[in-house]
Design a protein around this ligand. Structure first.
Ligand SMILES: Cc1cc2nc3c(=O)[nH]c(=O)nc-3n(C[C@H](O)[C@H](O)[C@H](O)COP(=O)(O)OP(=O)(O)OC[C@H]3O[C@@H](n4cnc5c(N)ncnc54)[C@H](O)[C@@H]3O)c2cc1C
Ligand SMILES: Cc1cc2nc3c(=O)[nH]c(=O)nc-3n(C[C@H](O)[C@H](O)[C@H](O)COP(=O)(O)O)c2cc1C
Length: 661
C-alpha cells in the first residue's frame, strides 16, 4: 500500500489540521463518515456510526465536508475495504446544509469521477416538506452517476415520524450488508466509549468553561465579531405576554447596541440555552456525583477532529446546564447504553427491548418515552437500579442546541434591537414537560438586582425578503406566530412611507383561534390599516363562530384580487407558518387562482408558480417548528405582562424619532 493511500484521509482534511508525518497513526482507518448538518442530528448519527464501525474491527473517522478537500474522495477506493458514508440533512427549499454547500456545488460541477468509491447515504429530512430529503436523494444518485458503487440502499430518515427508528433500521441493515461484502466479523471486546474522563484537581477558575461556545471567558470579555461560535450577550429590553388566554406567547426585544450585529426583516435570531438547574441537581443526586468536580472528556482517537464532546475543562454541573440536552426524549441508543449499568434483570431487559429496532421495541419506546414525555431524569428516577457513570452519560446525550426565532422587527425602524415572538412550550400528560428555551425566556425579567439580564445570541440570514422595490405589491399569509416576519415587513413598508417612498399594495392574511385570546399584535395591525401601510387586513378566527374559518377559506374567496396583484401587478407572495397543511393548501389555491383568473391550464399554472419561486416572488418561511410548539391548554394561569421601563422609554423614543405615536 502506498504512502499516498495511507495518508488519504488526513490529506482530505488537511485544511483543518496539517498533514502529520506519522502516517502510521492512520493505518487501518478505512471508513470516512461525512455529515451535512445544521442542528447536529446528522453529526450525531455520523458519530454513532463511527463508534459502531469498531464493532467490526473497522476504523472510522467523522468528517465535516466543509473542512475537507472533497476532490480527494476519488482516491479513497485505494484503501483496502474503504467506505464513505454520508449522513446529510435537507433544509429550506430542499437545499444542502451550510457545511455541505461547497461539496454540493462540487458534485454539481460534474468535473470529477469517484469511480471505485464505495458509499452509502442516509438522508435526514421531514416528510411535511415539499422537497423531502432532496439532498440525500440527490447525493445517492449523483455518486452513482460519477462512478461510485452503492454498498447499501439509500436511507430516508423522517423527523415527522421519529427519525431514530429509521436510522436504527437503516444502520443495522447497513452493517449486515457491509460485513457480508467486506467479509467482517463482529468483535467481542468492543468498547462503546469514545472519550476518556480526566478529573482535574486544581485548575484556575478562568481556565474552566462555563457556557462559552468556543473561547474561554468570551461571555465575560465580549469581543466582536459575534457569530454562532462567539455569541453576543444581548440584554433583554422587553419581555411581555401577547396572549390573553391560558396559553403563553412572548414578545421579546433584545438590545444589539455595541454588538456590530446587523439584520434584515425575515432573518432569524438564535438564542443559546441553559437547562433547568433543578433537573441538573437531580441528576447529580441520582448518580451520587459531585457536580462541582471539574472534568475533561478527551477523545480516545487522537486523530479525531473532535477532541472533546463539548468545551472542556468544565464542571459536571456546567456540562449539564449548558452543553447537554437533558430534557428531550432520550434516544434509543442512549437507553441501550444505560442497560449496561444495571444488575436488575427486569430493568436491563426492558431497556434492551425499548432500545431495539424491532417493531415491539419501537412501539414500547413510543408509549413509554415519547407519549409519556419522559426525559433522562424521569428514566433514571423510574429505574432506580440504573446508575450510569455521569461522564458516560455526558458523552452519549445530545448537545443542547441554540433555538431559532424568526425576527419580527425591521432594522430600518429598530437598528439597535431585534424582536422575536415565542410561543411558550409546555406539554402535559400527567407529567409536565417544559420547553427549555421558551420557559427560560418566560422566566427572565429585564433586570435582576439592578443588573441587566442578557441572553447569548447570534443572527442567521434567511432568504425570506421583501421585494427590493417597495412599490411592488405583497401578499403575506401568516396565521399564528407565522405572523412574526410580517411584523418586520410591515415596519419596513411603514418606514418607506414615512420617507416619502411610495409603497405598493400590502395585504395581510392572519388567523388564530380567538380574537380575544391570541390575536397577535392586534393594535399594531389596526394602526397599520389606519395609516395605510396595510391596504387590506384579513383575519380568520377558527374558534369564534360555529364554523371554523381559516385564512385559506378567505384566500379562496379572494381569488380575483389575488390574481390582480400577482399577475398584472407582478406582486410577491409570502407564506409563513406550519408546513404540512396551510402552506400546501395555499399552494393549491394559488394554482387554482391562476387557472380561474389568469386563464391558465393547470400545467401552465404550476409552471407559473415555479417561475415565481425561482424569481423569489413566492417565498415560504414554513418549518416544522410549529409542530413542537403545540401547547396544552394547561391549568396554569397566564404569565404577567412584563414591559420593562427602560425598554418602554426606548420604544417611545424610537417611535418619536420615526414620527409614530
Ligand atoms: C428557522 C426556525 C424559526 C423558528 N421561529 C420561531 C418563532 O418565530 N417563534 C417560535 O415560537 N418558535 C420558533 N421556532 C421554534 C423554536 O426554535 C423552538 O423550537 C421552540 O421555541 C421550542 O423550544 P424550547 O426549547 O422551548 O422547547 P424544547 O425544549 O425544544 O422542547 C420541544 C418539545 O419537545 C417536547 N419533549 C420533550 N421531551 C419529550 C419526550 N420525552 N417525548 C416527547 N416530546 C418531548 C417538549 O415537551 C416540547 O414540546 C423556530 C424554529 C426554527 C428552526
Ligand atoms: C427550517 C427547516 C427547514 C427544513 N427544510 C426541509 C426540507 O426542505 N426538506 C426536508 O426533507 N426536510 C427539511 N427539514 C427537516 C430537517 O432536514 C431535519 O429536521 C433534519 O433532521 C435536521 O438535521 P440536522 O440536525 O442534522 O441539521 C427542515 C428543517 C428545518 C428546521
Amino acid at each position: 500500500m502506498s504512502v499516498l493511500v495511507l495518508i488519504i484521509v488526513p490529506v482530505m482534511c488537511h485544511r483543518l489540521r496539517p498533514l502529520r508525518p506519522q502516517v502510521n497513526q492512520n493505518q487501518g482507518r478505512n471508513i470516512v463518515i461525512f455529515y451535512g448538518s445544521q442542528t447536529g442530528t446528522a453529526e450525531d448519527f455520523a458519530t454513532r456510526l463511527a463508534k459502531e464501525a469498531s464493532l467490526y474491527g473497522m476504523k472510522a473517522m467523522v468528517a465535516d465536508p466543509d473542512r475537507c478537500h472533497m476532490d480527494e474522495l476519488s482516491q479513497l477506493y485505494k484503501i483496502e475495504n474503504s467506505l464513505a458514508i454520508f449522513c446529510v440533512s435537507t433544509y429550506w427549499e430542499g437545499d444542502p446544509t451550510d457545511n455541505a454547500m461547497a461539496f454540493y456545488n462540487w458534485l454539481q460541477s460534474g468535473k470529477t469521477s469517484v469511480r471505485g468509491l464505495r458509499y452509502a447515504v442516509f438522508g435526514l429530512g421531514n416528510s411535511t416538506y415539499e422537497y423531502f430529503n432532496k439532498m440525500g436523494k440527490y447525493l445517492d444518485l449523483r455518486l452513482e452517476e460519477l462512478g461510485g458503487t452503492r454498498v447499501h440502499k439509500l436511507g430516508l430518515g423522517d423527523t415527522a415520524h421519529n427519525i431514530d427508528n429509521y436510522f436504527m433500521t437503516w444502520k443495522d441493515n447497513l452493517w449486515t450488508s457491509v460485513a457480508k461484502q467486506f467479509n467482517l466479523k463482529t468483535l467481542t471486546n468492543f468498547s462503546s466509549r469514545q472519550f476518556r474522563l480526566i478529573q482535574h484537581k486544581e485548575i484556575p477558575r478562568e481556565g474552566v468553561f462555563t457556557g462559552e461556545v468556543l473561547t474561554l471567558n468570551s461571555l465575560v470579555d465580549q469581543k466582536p465579531p459575534f457569530n454562532q461560535k462567539n455569541p453576543f450577550l444581548a440584554p433583554i429590553l422587553v419581555n411581555r405576554e401577547l396572549y390573553k388566554g391560558l396559553r403563553s406567547c412572548l414578545h421579546i426585544e433584545l438590545d444589539l447596541m455595541g454588538s456590530q450585529l446587523s439584520y434584515e426583516a425575515g432573518d432569524y435570531v438564535a438564542v443559546y440555552q441553559k437547562n433547568d438547574k433543578h433537573l441538573v441537581q437531580r441528576i447529580g443526586q441520582l448518580l451520587a456525583t459531585d457536580l462541582d468536580q471539574v472534568i475533561s472528556l478527551e477523545n480516545l482517537d487522537e486523530d479525531s477532529f473532535k477532541r472533546h464532546p463539548f468545551p472542556c475543562p468544565t464542571s459536571y454541573r456546567d456540562a449539564l446546564l449548558f452543553y447537554t440536552d437533558i430534557s428531550s426524549a432520550p434516544k434509543p441508543h442512549v437507553l441501550r447504553e444505560l442497560s449496561e449499568y444495571t444488575d436488575n434483570e427486569e430493568h436491563k431487559k426492558f431497556l434492551e427491548c425499548i432500545s431495539s429496532s424491532t417493531e415491539e421495541g419501537k412501539q414500547v419506546y413510543n408509549e413509554w418515552i415519547v407519549e409519556k414525555l419522559r426525559n433522562i431524569v424521569d428514566v433514571l428516577e423510574d429505574m432506580p437500579s440504573v446508575k450510569p457513570r455521569l461522564d458516560h452519560l455526558l458523552e452519549i446525550l445530545p448537545r443542547l442546541l441554540p433555538r431559532f426565532y424568526t425576527i419580527c422587527s425591521s432594522s430600518k425602524v429598530y437598528p439597535n434591537s431585534v424582536h422575536l415572538t415565542a410561543v411558550v412550550v409546555k406539554k402535559s400528560t400527567g407529567r409536565v414537560n417544559k420547553g427549555v428555551a421558551t420557559n427560560l425566556l418566560a422566566s427572565k425579567q429585564c433586570e435582576q438586582s439592578g443588573d441587566k439580564v442578557s441572553v447569548p445570541i447570534f443572527i442567521r440570514r434567511s432568504q425570506f425578503r421583501l421585494p427590493v422595490n417597495p412599490s411592488t405589491p405583497v401578499i403575506m399569509i401568516g396565521p399564528g406566530t407565522g405572523l412574526a416576519p410580517f411584523r418586520g415587513f410591515l415596519q419596513e413598508r411603514w418606514y418607506h412611507m414615512q420617507n416619502q417612498t411610495p409603497i405598493g399594495p400590502t395585504v395581510l392574511y392572519f388567523g388564530c383561534r380567538n380574537q380575544s385570546d391570541d390575536y397577535l399584535y392586534e393594535e399594531e395591525l389596526r394602526g397599520y390599516v389606519m395609516d395605510n401601510t396595510l391596504t387590506k387586513l384579513y383575519t380568520a378566527f377558527s374558534r369564534d363562530g360555529s364554523d371554523k374559518v381559516y385564512v385559506t377559506h378567505l384566500l379562496r374567496q379572494h381569488m380575483p384580487e389575488i390574481w390582480r396583484l400577482i399577475g398584472p401587478l407582478n406582486g410577491h407572495v409570502y407564506v409563513s407558518g406550519y408546513a404540512s397543511t396551510m402552506a400546501r393548501e395555499v399552494k393549491d389555491i394559488l394554482v387554482d387562482t391562476f387557472v380561474a383568473e389568469g386563464n391558465q391550464s393547470p400545467e401552465e399554472a404550476h409552471n407559473y408558480l415555479k417561475t415565481m419561486e425561482s424569481q423569489r416572488r413566492y417565498l415560504r418561511n414554513h418549518s416544522n417548528w410549529l409542530t413542537v410548539s403545540i401547547v396544552n391548554d394547561g391549568e396554569e394561569g397566564r404569565s404577567v405582562i412584563r414591559l420593562c421601563p427602560p425598554a418602554r422609554a426606548q420604544y417611545a423614543r424610537n417611535a418619536q424619532n420615526n414620527g409614530r405615536s
